[in-house]
Write a protein that binds this ligand. Structure first.
Ligand SMILES: [Zn+2]
Length: 393
């Protein structure tokens, strides 16, 4: 997640136009709430917006810029002392809060490490564990600071990433600050879980909606900025559900190899060889060392493949196929199956994704899913009719 760049590529035209208008007009709400799916640029936009608000050249006076995010030369001038400081998150009037986990006495260290990574790695992606939260000690410090005038700029900007990870009493304190008259602070909150932000906060913020990115823009980003080969970029983009952060996080996993491994699981099922399939399933789970995430991804690769079959069935051109490096096989298989059957198999995969979240044994899920996706039915051919629950999960 970048402080300065990247975001110019992310296609969020509605949000961008709105924020540009705010900056150009020079009239700010007390608080903004950027909401939308995870990994689509809300945090990046929040920091870019903060930079524009703190720029010494009074962004409103600048000629119309093509995009707020065409850094460094538009809404924020990129050159004044304030812009130089905000570029590295070292402006005293820019406060940036985000969820952290771990020991309270290592908090400073954890935050420093994260900020350093954010400054140095243009592809940095925030990841949290379940318990990560906006720490109360940090908001307490911040709220004390708000009683004073900003240090250098005309206003102070507080960016709170994933603002849904706060405690009830933090929200009350936040609310008090937002409602304070004559406030010199602009709050910019982001969340991908809008329903978890209390209604009292939501109603007092100007909301700005962010949408999933298109596959094309995720692909373009990955190839041009993250050195991902076009084949792999396409697969990642298709798997990402419009989340650049997810695509970036997955890029080191060699998606092509993973996909091939996932698709290979179907082979014994297609041959009608239940024992080989059983073995392959156990091998894939690697004595339970394969995690849920990998299992889920495996199923998603099959979804991508089946979606390609559907697209091919309806005559989609090569450019629309995620697995276009296997175009020939896709076109052939698409001829062998009707659309109803492809959809039925997609439903089997949906069911598998649900069962992965549940408590069902993984090898069983793989066995049953692959057999059914290959078109097998209990009791037919080599497939056992009552295989000790291997079919029903
Ligand atoms: Zn500036």
């Amino acid at each position: 997640m970048p402080v300065v760049r990247l975001a110019d590529l992310l296609d969020q035209p509605a949000a961008t136009t709105f924020l540009r208008g705010v900056v150009a007009g020079g009239r700010y709400a007390n608080a903004y709430l950027f909401y939308g799916p995870a990994g689509v640029g809300k945090g990046t936009a929040a920091l870019a917006f903060a930079r524009a608000l703190l720029c010494e050249h009074g962004a409103g006076a600048l000629p119309a810029a093509p995009s707020l995010f065409d850094a460094p030369a538009t809404a924020a001038c990129g050159e004044c002392p304030a812009c130089r400081k905000t570029a590295t998150l070292q402006h005293p009037d820019l406060r940036f809060l985000f969820p952290v986990s771990g020991e309270e006495n290592k908090l400073d260290e954890t935050i420093d490490e994260t900020l350093t990574a954010l400054r140095q790695d243009p592809l940095f992606v925030f990841t949290y564990d379940k318990a990560a939260s906006i720490r109360i000690s940090l908001t307490r410090d911040l709220l004390r600071e708000l009683a004073y005038q900003p240090f250098e700029a005309a206003r102070r900007v507080v960016v709170v990433r994933d603002a849904d990870r706060m405690r009830e009493d933090q929200y009350s304190a936040l609310l008090k600050s937002i409602e304070e008259p004559g406030l010199t602070t602009v709050w910019v909150l982001t969340t991908s879980r809008l329903h978890r932000v209390p209604a009292t906060i939501r109603s007092r913020c100007q909301r700005v909606r962010f949408v999933p990115l298109t596959e094309a823009s995720v692909t373009q980003f990955l190839t041009s900025r993250a050195e991902v080969a076009p084949n792999a970029a396409r697969i990642l983009a298709a798997l990402s559900s419009g989340s650049l952060a997810r695509a970036i996080a997955l890029r080191e996993t060699d998606p092509i190899a993973l996909r091939n491994q996932a698709l290979a699981l179907l082979e014994p099922a297609r041959r009608g060889d239940p024992s080989a399939l059983w073995l392959a399933a156990q091998k894939f789970m690697n004595f339970g060392r394969t995690g849920r995430e990998a299992l889920r991804r495996m199923v998603e690769f099959h979804e991508l493949w089946l979606r390609d079959l559907l697209r091919a069935r309806y005559g989609a051109p090569r450019e629309m196929l995620a697995n276009r490096d296997h175009e020939e096989a896709i076109r052939r298989q698409a001829q062998e199956l009707d659309a109803g059957e492809i959809r039925r198999r997609l439903m089997v995969l949906e069911e598998a994704l649900r069962s992965i979240e549940g408590n069902v044994s993984a090898d069983l899920t793989i066995f049953s899913t692959m057999a059914r996706v290959a078109g097998a039915r209990p009791g037919e051919g080599e497939w056992p009719a009552h295989p000790a629950g291997r079919w029903d999960y």
